[in-house]
Ligand binder design. Structure first.
Ligand code: FMN
Length: 187
């Protein structure tokens, strides 16, 4: 699949089929995450693969009762060894960890889409509950949870803003020039 197709076909879904996700595919998805940029190439990320039914059910209360999460065949919790970043970047560690996790998350989602799967980023979670449940050490942080599997729904494509309305040229406020048509279709 072309990258531009994967970018557009990636969709947050909340219904999955029961089809098992081969472990090899899960690991390759994590690898796609590892290839994302990280501040100073510190590579602070670690992953927890959650597949057990009981544990997934217990995860529901940690994600503020988003019950659909338990029905995903696989949940991946992305953990940051944030102290590695603190050593190098001090106060900017949290900011960098957040951005790096976002980059890894998007790599993973695009990889899944390109292989016929989908993943949804679950950002609404109670970090201390997730940590308690998965025995994540106190000094580590959770920056991303991805629920993944083979799609059991094809939701309508969500609205995206018109690029014209969010693009400035050179300085903020210098908007799209009408006379200058620009190609905006992703290819
Ligand atoms: C930071 C972040 C947090 C999100 N948290 C949740 C969440 O807790 N639950 C959920 O169902 N979707 C969550 N989403 C998915 C968004 O709702 C989704 O990306 C958005 O509606 C656009 O749809 P699309 O991903 O299909 O393009 C989150 C997405 C991001 C980037």
């Amino acid at each position: 699949m072309k990258l531009s197709d994967a970018i557009k076909k990636r969709r947050s879904i909340r219904r999955f089929t029961h089809r098992k996700v081969p472990e090899k595919k899960i690991l390759k998805t994590l690898e796609a995450g590892l290839w994302a940029p990280s501040a100073g190439n510190v590579q602070d990320k670690e992953f927890i693969i959650v597949r057990g039914g009981d544990l997934k059910k217990e995860m529901v209360s940690a994600v503020f009762d988003q019950v659909w999460v338990a029905h995903a065949p696989v949940i991946v919790v992305m953990v940051s060894d944030i102290n590695k970043l603190r050593l190098k970047f001090k106060d900017r560690a949290e900011f960098y960890a957040t951005i790096s996790a976002g980059a890894a998350m998007q790599n993973m989602l695009l990889y899944l889409t390109s292989k016929g799967l989908q993943g949804t980023h679950v950002g609404l979670y109670d970090e201390s509950k997730v940590k308690r449940l998965l025995k994540i050490p106190d000094d580590k942080r959770v920056f991303s949870i991805i629920a993944m599997g083979y799609p059991g729904e094809e939701p309508p494509v969500p609205y995206r803003m018109d690029l014209k309305n969010v693009t400035h040229f050179e300085k903020y406020g210098a908007k799209w020039v009408k006379k200058k048509p620009r190609e905006t279709h992703l290819e």
